[in-house]
Design a protein around this ligand. Structure first.
Ligand SMILES: NC(=O)c1ccc[n+]([C@@H]2O[C@H](COP(=O)([O-])OP(=O)(O)OC[C@H]3O[C@@H](n4cnc5c(N)ncnc54)[C@H](O)[C@@H]3O)[C@@H](O)[C@H]2O)c1
Length: 363
């Protein structure tokens, strides 16, 4: 199914970031011609630079809040597919700078839609929002695509607001019967994997401490999250784009991409799991000693719609997710191997595992 991307022009916003850089690596392996639009990598080190991903793509650095330059760049690229990932993705930073978060996540999304509105060719566009786009009423059930949008913190609200803008553009400017542009939305969260060095995320916090020979201080070791490897939602976004290309009835539809409902584990289990694959792993429990802004409790996604309409399902268990993540960072810090080759090998391994698990996209 993903053979479709071979030779296609694919535009990725946020290509210098964690998820965007993995998507670029995967699309290049599939034979796509990739055009990136983003600011400079959000961290040092970064997966994008470490894996030298800029060498085989058109690497544009521009701010998606600048509507005119964004439109010119998308017009010029004339993409067959577009994946919109560029965002301010951090909850804590959204409290520190709410205006930047709303401008990037809502107006940035609006600007991508405006560019698509003026595009004179057919294009499939997948917008990446978040599991946090849902109004988290802290119930035990997984959220479904029809549940209410919302979110108390500026980041979550900005993702819910971006969804409303997308929905309105689909209804107002991209009529299902005749639109050259087909749009899908991917919602996922709690993504881990090699190459993330963002602030205030558990795995990057760990890796920063361990690479300097320190123990990581765990603020909330018993917090439970439905962790998933970055390749899982990316396979969902790619599957959604390929399905949209073939099936007009999917136009405008949002999809959740997450692990099975039972796959929730604590921060402590995550760190202990990593210690089995990296001898530098140490931790200290500092729960109760720090306070911070409100962060929502467990939020699970119900992914039945992706299973029934896209035949997509997450395939990696928690142990494999943790192992791939720890191995990537250990190899990076050992410094003996080309890390781009490690990324490519992990994508291949994941694809083979998905094919044996019977995933339609991997056949
Ligand atoms: N990582 C996660 O766990 C997670 C969970 C849910 C949703 N998401 C969503 O996935 C997407 C990617 O997240 P990530 O973790 O890779 O983030 P990241 O911070 O690693 O990357 C963000 C990317 O967006 C670009 N960017 C930021 N502001 C920009 C601007 N004004 N103009 C142009 N480019 C800009 C950055 O340059 C970078 O390439 C985001 O939309 C995020 O909200 C991520």
């Amino acid at each position: 199914m993903l053979k479709l991307f071979d030779g296609k022009k694919v535009l990725v916003t946020g290509h210098t970031g964690f998820k965007g850089s993995w998507l670029v690596a995967w699309l290049r392996q599939l034979g796509a011609k990739v055009v990136g639009i983003a600011l400079d990598p959000p961290s040092k080190p970064s997966h994008f630079e470490a894996a030298s991903l800029g060498t085989s793509i058109e690497d544009n650095r521009l701010d998606i809040r600048n509507r005119d330059s964004l439109k010119a760049c998308i017009d010029n690229a004339a993409p067959d597919f577009l994946f919109h990932l560029a965002a301010q993705p951090l909850v804590r930073r959204s409290y520190a700078d709410p205006a930047e978060t709303y401008e990037t996540n809502v107006i940035g999304t609006l600007n991508v839609l405006e560019a698509l509105r003026g595009l004179d060719k057919s294009c499939v566009a997948v917008f990446i929002t978040s599991d946090k786009c849902y109004d988290n009423i802290e119930w035990v059930w997984g959220y479904r695509e029809t549940d209410a949008l919302g979110g108390p913190d500026p980041y979550s609200a900005s993702k819910g607001a971006a969804e409303l803008v997308i929905r309105s553009y689909v209804k107002s400017f991209f009529p299902a019967a005749s639109s050259k542009v087909r749009i899908g939305v991917g919602r996922a969260g709690n993504v881990i994997g090699g190459g993330d060095w963002a602030d205030d995320r558990i795995v990057p916090d760990c890796v920063r401490a361990w690479s300097g020979g320190q123990a990581v201080a765990l603020r909330n070791p018993q917090a439970t999250r439905p962790w998933q490897h970055v390749l899982e939602p990316l396979s969902g976004y790619l599957t959604l784009a390929a399905a949209l290309h073939e099936r007009p009835e999917l136009h405008g539809e949002p999809f959740n991409f997450g692990p099975p409902a039972h796959q929730n584990h604590t921060v402590l289990e995550l760190v202990k799991g990593m210690s089995r694959h990296w001898d530098k792993v140490r931790w200290a429990d500092i729960s109760g000693t720090q306070t911070g802004p409100y962060e929502s409790g467990l939020l699970k996604l119900n992914c039945d719609k992706a299973l029934h309409q896209l035949r997509w399902q997450a395939i990696m268990n928690f142990e494999e997710t943790v192992r791939m993540t720890a191995e990537w960072y250990r190899t990076f810090y050992e410094g003996h191997q080309d890390i781009g080759a490690v990324t490519r090998a992990q994508i291949e391994r994941y694809t083979i595992a998905a094919a044996s698990a019977g995933q339609a996209w991997a056949q």
